[in-house]
Each structure stands twice: as structure tokens, then as C-alpha cells.
Write a new protein. Structure first.
Length: 77
């Protein structure tokens, strides 16, 4: 499945207009795939990153897809 996703992304990347657009697309595809491997909803994850931007900037290691839900739980308590 991961190989299929990489091939599809490579095909779609042919239509990016700029090199910067390609880099952004690669970043988001990598992030989305990492979320899927961790069993995390990528849409919910990105929303939480935006909601907690200051905390994310202060301690990015706590906001990785595989442990951000524990960080959110600690913040609620």
C-alpha cells in the first residue's frame, strides 16, 4: 500500500507549478502517511496542531502523530 501511495504521489507531483509547491506537497504527503501508519486521523491531527501552535513551537517532540493525543489529554486535566 505504501508503494502504491508513493507512485500515485509521484504521478500527481508532475502537475505542481513550482519547486516550492512540490516541497510542500511532499511534506504533507509524508505527514499524512505517517499519521496513517500511527492510526491517527490526519485531518484531526492538523487541526490540533493549528489550535496549539504556541505549545507546538515550544515543544515539538510532544506533538508528533504517535503521541500528540497524550499531550492533549495532559492539557485538558
Amino acid at each position: 500500500m505504501a508503494l502504491k501511495r508513493a507512485v500515485l504521489h509521484r504521478k500527481n507531483a508532475l502537475f505542481y507549478r513550482t519547486r516550492h509547491g512540490t516541497q510542500v506537497g511532499d511534506l504533507f504527503m509524508s505527514l499524512i502517511h505517517t499519521c496513517q501508519l500511527c492510526g491517527t486521523n490526519s485531518f484531526d491531527y492538523l487541526i490540533e496542531l493549528q489550535r496549539h501552535a504556541q505549545e507546538l513551537a515550544a515543544n515539538p517532540a510532544e506533538w508528533m502523530p504517535w503521541n500528540y493525543d497524550k499531550t492533549i489529554e495532559r492539557a485538558r486535566v
